[in-house]
Design a protein around this ligand. Structure first.
Ligand SMILES: C[S@@+](CC[C@H](N)C(=O)[O-])C[C@H]1O[C@@H](n2cnc3c(N)ncnc32)[C@H](O)[C@@H]1O
Length: 218
């Protein structure tokens, strides 16, 4: 998925992935990560996700990255947050209390940018990318996120022969293989949600499994 694809989707307001409600798995399972208060959470490929507001309301600091300038601007205006905007390397950096969103390409972040982050929240980020790019995404994520960090990952799994992504299908096997031997992976939730997703039924799917994982990197 090249940058233009996502930039166009934001320009044309084709953002069916955006949820107005706070994600239920985030609310139900975040405490399982057992993070100290005031931890800094990395939210990759954040869109204008309201989940960021929930993390801030719990007292966390949030560092996020998003390619689309439209998404970042809408996040701040729609949530009535004032931003201080500065330049940081290849990024435009939007800051408000306890929140920094880097507007630019995830692949331009380095480990210094994420030095204090102790956890990752991934909803609709990994599944936004096709297989080859997903591998590059994970390699880069592992390089830039400090060791001992924890992840809450939410995936979708379906028959990719019936529908092309995004969102892309990710199996539990892929999660196990991708995060590697030095990670402890716990499946927290798994449910077929096809009946709640008419748009995917119309695209031919008869099953769509949503799964939430907690991942600890040792
Ligand atoms: C499916 S959306 C999910 C957004 C958000 N996580 C959510 O839950 O609403 C994927 C987002 O990733 C952004 N994106 C795609 N490639 C990116 C990249 N290389 N760097 C930063 N953001 C990227 C897109 O602009 C899009 O907003």
């Amino acid at each position: 998925m090249q940058a233009d694809f996502w930039l166009e989707r934001w320009e044309q307001k084709q953002i069916g992935f955006h949820e107005e409600e706070i994600n239920s798995h985030l609310q139900n399972f975040w405490r399982k990560l057992k993070l100290p208060a005031n931890s800094k959470i990395f939210v990759p490929l954040c869109g204008k996700s309201k989940d960021i507001l929930w993390l801030l309301a719990q007292g966390y600091q949030v560092l996020a990255v998003e390619l689309s300038p439209i998404a970042v601007e809408e996040f701040f205006t729609e949530n009535h947050l004032e931003a201080q905007i500065t330049e940081h390397k290849e990024f435009q950096c939007w800051k408000s209390e306890n929140l920094t969103i880097y507007q630019g390409d995830f692949f331009n972040l380095n480990s210094n940018d994420l030095a204090d982050c102790t956890a990752v929240y991934d909803r609709a980020s990994m599944i936004a990318l096709p297989a080859e790019m997903r591998q590059k995404y994970l390699q880069h994520l592992k390089k830039i996120v400090p060791a001992l960090s924890r992840t809450l990952l939410i995936t979708l799994e379906y028959d990719q022969n019936v529908m092309q992504g995004p969102p892309f299908s990710i199996s539990e096997n892929e999660v196990q293989q991708s995060f590697g031997e030095n990670s402890q992976i716990e499946r927290l939730f798994s449910e077929d949600i096809i009946d709640k997703n008419e748009q995917f039924k119309k695209r031919g799917l008869t099953s769509l499994t949503e799964t939430a994982y907690s991942i600890s990197h040792c």
